[in-house]
Design a protein around this ligand. Structure first.
Ligand code: ZN
Length: 431
C-alpha cells in the first residue's frame, strides 16, 4: 500500500490518537486572571473555512461587519486568531520552495498568550472542535478537550460541541467548519435549491482550472458559474446549521462567526502571474496572493457592542476583544472591538505558504499587494465586489508600504517538513 493509501485508511485512528495526545499534553494556564462578574457564561468562536467576503452569515439577532485576515492560509490565520499576533510575529509560517513537490507544515507557534488559555484561567472549560486536521495542528494542546473530524459536515461538528457543553456552567468553545473548503459537498437539497449542475468535472474542487483559467473560454466560465452556485449552496447549508445552534444557545452565549480567510474563484488569474510560483492555483483557492476575496472576511457577532466599527478591523483583534469581555483586561496588544477602530488603522494580510512572499495592507478603502522578492507593488481601491487595481494617493501608498514587515527568508522559518505523514506513520507503529 502507498503512503497516501495508508494515510487514508488510517486517518480516523490517527485523528483519535492526536486528539487524545493533545488532551493529555494540555498544560494548565500560566496566568492568573479573574473573570468579570458580568462576563458571559459561554463564549463560542465559529470559523467557517474559506468564507468569501460576499458570504455574510445572516443569523437572527447578529450584527455584521468585516475584517482582514492576518494570513491567507488556515494554519497561520488560525494561530493569529488565537494569539492576537500577525504571522510574522507568531512565526507559524512556512514557505515551500518552488522546486519542492510536497508542502511543508509549520512548527506550532508558542505565543505568550492564547485566548483559550485566558478563558481557562478565568474558570471556563475549553473545547476545540475541528472539521479537518489542519486547524487542529495549529492549536493542539491549547484546549482541555480537542475533537478532530475527517472532513465532517457542520451538523456533525456543531452537534459534538453542543453535547460537550451540555451541563457545563462556563464554557469557551472554538469550532472550525470545512463545508466551504474543497471538496465542497453540501447536502442534495441545497444543491437542488441552487440549481447546481453537479455533472461538471471536479465541480467540488477547481475543475482542473488551476493555472489555465481563461475568461474567454465558455466552458471555463460555465464551470465558474456553477462553482459559485455550489459555494452558495454550501454557505446556505452551513448558515442553517449555525442558525439552529444559535437559536438554542444565544441567550447565554457570546458568539462570533467568521472565516479564517476567504477563497478566490478566478477574479484575477492574470494578475497572479506577476508573482513567482502562485501554485498550486493561479487566482483560485487560498494560501497564495492576498486578493480581496481571500483577505477580507465577514464577521457576525451575537452582541453588537463588539461588532467592529470605524477603521479596518483584523482577526488579530478577536483575542483582545474576547479577553476584555471575559476578564475586563487585555494582555494582547491589538485593537478591541468594544472601541471604535481608528480610521488610519492599517491591517496586514500575509501570504505565507508558497515560494514568493506576498503581503497585503489595507487602510480605509485603499489597499496594496506587495512582494518585495518579486519587486511587485499593486495598488487598488476596495469596492463592493473586490479590489479595483488603480493608483491611490501617494501618501496612502507610502504609509501602506511602510507598514509591511520585512519579508522572511525561507531558511528563517522553522519547518516541520512532512510532519503529518511522519506522525501518522508513527501513530501506526511504522516509525
Ligand atoms: Zn482555512
Amino acid at each position: 500500500m502507498t503512503v497516501e493509501g495508508l494515510m487514508k485508511v488510517a486517518s480516523p485512528f490517527y485523528n483519535k490518537f492526536r486528539e487524545l495526545r493533545a488532551n493529555i499534553q494540555h498544560r494548565p494556564p500560566r496566568v492568573n486572571v479573574n473573570r468579570r462578574s458580568d462576563a458571559p457564561d459561554h463564549v463560542l468562536i465559529i470559523i467557517v473555512d474559506a468564507l468569501r467576503p460576499d458570504q455574510v452569515p445572516d443569523i437572527d439577532g447578529f450584527s455584521t461587519s468585516e475584517v482582514i485576515t492576518p494570513g491567507t492560509w488556515t494554519y497561520p490565520a488560525v494561530t493569529s486568531i488565537h494569539s492576537g499576533e500577525y504571522p510574522h510575529e507568531h512565526g507559524a509560517v512556512v514557505h515551500t520552495n518552488s522546486e519542492d513537490e510536497t508542502f511543508a507544515t509549520p512548527e506550532q507557534a508558542q505565543p505568550e498568550h492564547t485566548i483559550p488559555e485566558i478563558a481557562e484561567a478565568a474558570g471556563y472549560d475549553t473545547y476545540g472542535g475541528f472539521a479537518f486536521v489542519q486547524p487542529f495542528l495549529a492549536t493542539e494542546t491549547w484546549y482541555q478537550t480537542h475533537r478532530v473530524f475527517q472532513d465532517s459536515k457542520a451538523s456533525t461538528v456543531l452537534e459534538d460541541y453542543r453535547k460537550w457543553r451540555t451541563g457545563r456552567e462556563l464554557t469557551f468553545g472554538y469550532v472550525h467548519l470545512s463545508d466551504l473548503h474543497i471538496p465542497v459537498n453540501p447536502p442534495d437539497e441545497y444543491i437542488e435549491k441552487f440549481n447546481v449542475n453537479t455533472d461538471i468535472y471536479d465541480l467540488d474542487g477547481f475543475g482542473g482550472y488551476m493555472d489555465n483559467y481563461d475568461p474567454d473560454d465558455s466552458e471555463a466560465v460555465h464551470f465558474r458559474k456553477h462553482r459559485l452556485r455550489l459555494s452558495s449552496a454550501a454557505f446556505d447549508y452551513v448558515t442553517d446549521c449555525i442558525q439552529s445552534l444559535c437559536d438554542e444557545i444565544m441567550s447565554d452565549t457570546l458568539i462570533t462567526v467568521t472565516g479564517d480567510h476567504g477563497e478566490a474563484l478566478y477574479e484575477h488569474p492574470e494578475v497572479d502571474r506577476k508573482f513567482t510560483d502562485s501554485r498550486p492555483n493561479y487566482g483560485v483557492g487560498h494560501g497564495g496572493t492576498p486578493f480581496d476575496k481571500v483577505a477580507r472576511v465577514p464577521v457576525a457577532v451575537s452582541d453588537d457592542r463588539i461588532c467592529p466599527i470605524g477603521g479596518v478591523g483584523s482577526h488579530v483583534d478577536l483575542a483582545p476583544t474576547l479577553a476584555n469581555e471575559i476578564i475586563g483586561d487585555n494582555p494582547f496588544t491589538k485593537c478591541e472591538w468594544q472601541d471604535e477602530i481608528p480610521n488610519d488603522r492599517i491591517a496586514i494580510c500575509e501570504a505565507s505558504r508558497y515560494g514568493a512572499e506576498r503581503k497585503a495592507a489595507y487602510m480605509e478603502m485603499n489597499k496594496i499587494i506587495c512582494s518585495k522578492k518579486d519587486d511587485v507593488t499593486l495598488t487598488g481601491v476596495v469596492e463592493h465586489d473586490g479590489e479595483n487595481f488603480k493608483p491611490i494617493p501617494e501618501e496612502k501608498r507610502e504609509a501602506l508600504v511602510e507598514s509591511l514587515p520585512d519579508f522572511w527568508d525561507i531558511s528563517d522559518s522553522p519547518v516541520a517538513e512532512n510532519r503529518l505523514i511522519e506522525d501518522q506513520l508513527k501513530a501506526l507503529g511504522y516509525k
